[in-house]
Design a protein around this ligand. Structure first.
Ligand SMILES: Nc1ncnc2c1ncn2[C@@H]1O[C@H](COP(=O)(O)OP(=O)(O)O)[C@@H](O)[C@H]1O
Ligand SMILES: [Mg+2]
Length: 316
């Protein structure tokens, strides 16, 4: 059956082909068959996709006992396998539980979190940030032995790929900003405080489950300094707000108060990772300007923090 019969959202098709090219088109063409295959293999009654599809096909289903589950299908690449490895490594502590997987072929079956609304449904920004940091704290996990995860250092090679895209100049993000990001990545790696990171811990990847509270889903699985795990939350739902820079500052202030953090270091993690996100956006042909704007605000906040710290030194 063609993808037309699945009635996939245009935006989803664009995202998949933008990010995965030919492999994405092939995957979309075979998707209906994949759904049928796993519904037979794992005895599922398929109920239909979630409304916010992005880079995977995520559908609600019931298993043979009538228990609500989630079937997640994606392009069978290293990233998908990595996600499966990461969900396993988190062992269900404030984390979604994996029921069965066929990572080689881009499929996993997860418990369905109910009611399952995500953190963006809370209105009060302070409450959102507190719940967020609570989950961040609970999922801290040392580097698992015997499992090979990529590192943030590997991710940072995206900066070089970006530079190589513009050999003749005309780059939308100045190379100077890219070099600053590279130097901050190096500085954080030099601290040697690496852990297993979720890698994409933002509002939509934290769901509410009755009896369990807020639970993380959809990890990328990457090794790096724990501060990097805060950045995709910081830059989410910012640019559409009336005073975005103030909102970023509020989130950072709350986080630094809640868990004693080195504010300067957190801002360096924010500058470097948001630059990388923007470079990825350009590579994947998706929006990048909002994230890039956040990077500029992070840089300003970093300069303001540095000034305050210097000022304190003078008066001490
Ligand atoms: N285990 C789950 N229980 C309930 N809803 C889920 C679950 N997993 C995913 N979802 C819903 O599907 C959406 C997309 O799933 P996600 O795993 O984040 O896919 P992607 O990797 O494409 O972002 C989530 O934001 C959430 O709304
Ligand atoms: Mg997600």
């Amino acid at each position: 059956m063609s993808t037309k019969r699945l009635d996939l959202p245009e935006d989803f098709i664009r995202k998949i082909t933008g990010a995965f090219g030919e492999a994405g088109e092939k995957w979309l063409a075979g998707l209906e068959g994949q759904i049928r295959h796993y519904s037979e293999k794992w005895n599922l009654v398929i109920e239909g996709p979630v409304p916010n599809l992005s880079y995977n096909y995520v559908t609600k289903a019931k298993d043979i006992k009538g228990t609500p589950v989630i079937l997640k299908l994606g392009v069978a690449n290293g990233e998908f396998k990595n996600e499966v490895r990461a969900v396993k490594a988190y062992k269900g502590n404030s984390f979604v539980k994996l029921l069965v997987e066929d990572a080689e072929n881009g499929a996993m079956l997860l418990e369905r979190l109910l009611p399952g609304h995500n953190l963006s449904t809370l209105e009060d920004e302070e409450q959102v940030t507190r719940e967020y940091i609570n989950v961040w704290r609970k999922i801290r996990t040392p580097i698992p032995a015997g499992v090979n995860f990529p590192s943030v250092k590997d991710w940072a090679s995206g900066l070089d790929r970006y530079k190589a895209m513009f050999p003749e100049g005309g780059e939308p993000i100045p190379f100077e900003a890219v070099d600053t990001a590279a130097s901050f990545f190096k500085e954080l790696a030099g601290l040697g405080e690496e852990q297993l990171l979720h890698g994409d811990l933002h509002h939509e990847n934290i769901l509410y489950a009755e009896g369990r509270g807020w639970v993380a889903i959809d990890p990328k699985g990457v090794i790096g300094h724990p501060y990097f795990d805060i950045i995709s939350f910081l830059v989410n739902y910012v640019n559409e707000k009336p005073n975005p820079k103030e909102l970023l500052k509020l989130r950072i202030d709350l986080i630094c108060n809640e868990v004693s953090m080195d504010r300067k270091l957190l801002l360096k993690a924010a500058v470097s990772l948001s630059t990388l996100y923007a470079c990825w956006g350009i590579e994947d042909k998706t929006d990048w300007k909002d994230t890039y704007q956040c990077m500029i605000w992070f840089k300003e906040l970093l300069e303001e923090t540095a000034c305050e710290l210097d000022g304190n030194k003078v008066y001490k």
